[in-house]
Design a protein around this ligand. Sequence first.
Ligand code: SF4
Length: 463
Amino acid sequence: MNIDSNKELNDKTILRLITKYNTPVPRYTSYPTAVEFRPDFKENIFFKALSELNPENSISVYIHIPFCENRCLYCGCNVLVSRKREIADIYINYLIEEIKIKLESVKFKPKVSQLHFGGGTPNYLTLDLWKKLVKTLKESFIFNNDIEWSVELDPMACDINYLNTLQNLGINRVSFGVQDVNRKTQEAVNRIQDMNHINSLIDHCRKLKFDSVNIDFIYGLPHQTYESFKENIKWIDKYRPDRIAIFSYAHIPWIKKHQNKMPLEALTTPEEKLKIYLGVQKDLKKAGYRQIGMDHYALPEDPLSLAQEDYSLHRNFMGYTTQANLAMLAFGASSISEVNGVFAQNHNKLKAYKNSITEKKDWFEKGLERNEDDEKREEIIQSIMNNFRVNIKNFEKKWNVDFQKKYLKEYLKLKELSKEGLVNISNNEINVTELGRYIVRHIAKTFDAYRHEGEKIGFSKGI
Ligand code: SF4
């Protein structure tokens, strides 16, 4: 099949392609992916990398709060559901201790240009706990003046006073999980949202002049159809969030048993899911949004849109970013640090996480040190995923290699994909076409040295 990438793509072609490639594939928030991390990883490798941080370079910091008050039935995260808020007091004491101990390996106060709180539900913390934690962070790091400081919030556990305090502490970006404005879907997934309350929060965020207000949605949930999803688009058009994420629901009830409690007969059919995916792309484009990667959208003046235009978009464990290759120090259960090509993931289970801090050893559940081949492939994969192109000449110059010779097998595979109209390859560049963007994770996979035909690893599907 030869498809001219300049031609208007028709839904039938896209549907056929997506159906063919809708198989499990990594999301490439890292390369190698977390599946490759090893439990026998030696923690001294991480602490050595930490001690070699360059004081001139700013870093990124991630704080993980694993608690939630209720369980959303679609949830695929590792969370601890509890209404006993006191558990967070104890957790924060451990987290503060973790920050202090790990930073003993760094002989200077690192400069931070990106700080993100994720979960779980970061607003599970009382405001007093926030103040305590932020005090430690400010004593431990130098916050750059233009720091991007963001937090994920459950809107139903948040009020105007909470937002005021977060802003006073210095937070300048907020992200709300809305998932669907439709009441029937909210009831089916045990996440009831009072839209009047959410609307007033968004209005208040605008008054507080946060740099960015982001909203998350999910498609593939019970009772959703393309028609019902249009309500979300209407809401987006009215409230104009700066960034929107529209994630595909991953149905994995053999791992997350609670997903079986949803009315499974009402789950969106695969055909309808595709209809939503394609329809939303067109609708958001019409509403003036730019698509960022596969499932994110941003207003044209947003830094992510501008970065995509000049091919400087990057991605890390926190999502898309304009800041390239920052070392990331992550604190809290299950969080993943990445320092100079060394990945280290904290323990998932709270007990093991706390033990590692009390005993100051056995810090990590697993980890990996990237080798030079990984580094080169990471550069190619990130370039495909974020900017839909690879500048072969620049790559050859940087790494002193003959691209075609070094990646002959991959090159031949790309040639095959080019016959389907998914990529264009010349001696200078690999370009993912408009059509290829629908399956960009599969195109990136061409360069993943760890993937093999027929392997059975539980990645989520491409759409
Ligand atoms: S708020 Fe998020 S992390 Fe918590 S249960 Fe719901 S989906 Fe999972």
